[in-house]
Design a binder for this molecule. Structure first.
Ligand SMILES: O=C(O)C1=C[C@@H](OP(=O)(O)O)[C@@H](O)[C@H](O)C1
Ligand SMILES: C=C(OP(=O)(O)O)C(=O)O
Length: 460
């Protein structure tokens, strides 16, 4: 699908969708349990992939209050809550290949879950996912005595995993994906021996492991970050490793778990307000309660660029006003998913925006560093790309509408749509249907705020 966005003035209120990261973990944690209800879940292409995996392991996921009929894949669309029948920490050997579609989180978390099964699981995904790195997780599981292989012997899916996993000590790099650590901690809790993870490099994307630790705590599961001397730490930042005792049981208090709003998704709404809010008003975003999400840092970034932002944390509401933005330097080591948004804002801002520590952002649905540099250049922006720094030269940029490619990547589509709000004329964003991965209602929310957006019906 193509969307055509013309420079617009926005006002009104948008609601943040529920968090993708928390929903994946909650569905799988509920799968590891004897059953739980996940309230206000994100139902999107990626979280459906995790729901399918829970089902493949012998659990079931359906809208809460449904009759528990025999549908193989119940329609979860618009469900306010999902009832998950768990597999009690003992995944069955799936009847078929698990299709993780476009979702890295699903593939990593489900690979470690598959290692618990007494038999063989095969995992695959779309072309993008089959090009992303899985090698460090496969090696770690191999070191723990599990058969974990890439069918092409290149560290990429399709993957073959044959358990069972008993636990033990393992070393893994932390600079490719934090999802490997999350995967080992979630599965480690139900092994016999538990797992001690030693990091062989600094941990990137550390707040995502904090999300995992927070959610595990809410499901009654203990896991601890440890410092270089083996001392327990409060959070994942600066950890030398992690420890999760085995033999634990997943069970959320009261049998339910509620998913908070998604700050990566909020970044586009906040960015849209900062570049296009009506000068006499503001754009308001609901569903923005604080949680462990590192991507809440977007509030500070937008403020530092000069847009007035008022975040009422208790009400979970953010108001943002338009301003003439100025370039900033931002380290995205902890917040890789903010790179596309910050690059788009940098193209609108005056001066240079330097996005540092971004090499791991190249291992996502696409190489987002190159993708943003190249697509923003089509709109007239000047950029400089280094291996781990992207600089957007705002003052040299004269943003104008152009035909740009979303690269089959939801975040590239949404970030380019934000830049389009401030570009002269009309911008066509190709492959816009990919927003379904994390923010299915994105273009409805943008239209409700006053964006001049036309959608072509055809799906590419
Ligand atoms: O665990 C998670 O929910 C995620 C972790 C991050 O990936 P990496 O740890 O691979 O950087 C992030 O980019 C991704 O969108 C979601
Ligand atoms: C990288 C992302 O997700 P995943 O790793 O789950 O594909 C993302 O949502 O930006």
């Amino acid at each position: 699908m193509d969307v055509h966005i013309t420079r617009s003035t926005l006002r009104g209120t948008a609601r943040a969708p529920p968090s993708k990261s928390y929903t994946h973990r909650a569905l799988l944690a509920a799968g590891y349990s004897d059953g739980a209800t996940v309230e206000s879940p994100l139902v999107s292409a990626d979280t459906r992939a995790t729901a399918r995996a829970v089902t493949a392991f012998g659990g079931a996921v359906e809208p809460a209050g449904a009759d528990g009929g025999a549908e193989v894949e119940p329609d979860l669309t618009d469900a306010d809550a999902l009832a998950v029948e768990g597999f009690g920490g003992r995944p069955a050997v799936p009847d078929d290949v698990i299709d993780c579609a476009n979702s890295g989180t699903t593939m990593r978390l489900v690979t470690a879950a598959a290692a618990l099964a007494e038999g063989t699981t095969v995992l695959t995904g779309d072309g993008s996912l089959r090009s992303r790195p899985q090698g460090p997780l496969l090696d770690a599981l191999g070191d723990l005595g599990v058969r974990a292989e890439s069918t092409r012997s290149n560290g990429q899916a399709p993957l073959v995993v044959a358990g069972p996993l008993a636990g033990g000590e393992v070393a893994i790099p932390g600079d490719v994906s934090s999802q490997y650590v999350t995967a080992l901690l979630m599965a480690g809790a139900v092994t016999d021996e538990g797992i001690e993870v030693e990091l062989t490099t600094e941990l990137k994307s550390a707040p995502y492991v904090d999300i995992t630790l927070e959610l595990l705590g809410d499901f009654g599961v203990e896991a601890t970050p440890v410092g270089a001397g083996g001392d327990p730490l409060d959070g994942a930042a600066g950890a030398a490793g992690f420890s999760v005792p085995g033999g634990q049981t997943y069970a959320p208090s009261g049998g339910t778990y509620a998913v908070p709003g998604d700050f990566s998704s909020i970044s586009y709404l906040l960015g849209a307000g900062a570049v296009a809010a009506d000068p006499g008003g503001a754009v308001r975003i609901e569903g923005a309660r604080p949680s462990a999400q590192g991507d809440a840092a977007i509030v500070d970034v937008v403020e530092e660029m000069g847009a007035p932002v008022d975040w009422d944390r208790e009400a979970g509401e953010i108001a943002v006003e338009r301003a003439d933005l100025a370039g900033v330097a931002v380290d995205v080591g902890d917040t890789p998913d903010l790179l596309p948004t910050i690059a788009a804002l940098g193209a609108v801002a005056d001066g240079d925006t330097r996005i540092e520590n971004c090499e791991h952002v190249r291992y996502k649905e696409t190489d987002r560093v190159s993708a943003m540099a190249e697509e923003l250049e089509k709109m007239g922006a000047e950029t400089t790309e280094e291996p781990d720094v992207l600089t957007v030269h705002g003052s040299e940029s004269d943003l104008r509408g152009a035909a740009v490619d979303g690269r089959g990547d939801h975040r590239i589509v949404m970030a380019l749509s934000v830049a389009a709000l401030a570009a002269e004329g009309t911008t066509t964003v190709r492959g816009a249907e990919h927003v379904d991965v994390s923010f299915p209602g994105f273009f409805d929310a943008m239209a409700d705020l006053g964006t001049d957006v036309e959608r072509d019906g055809a799906v590419e």
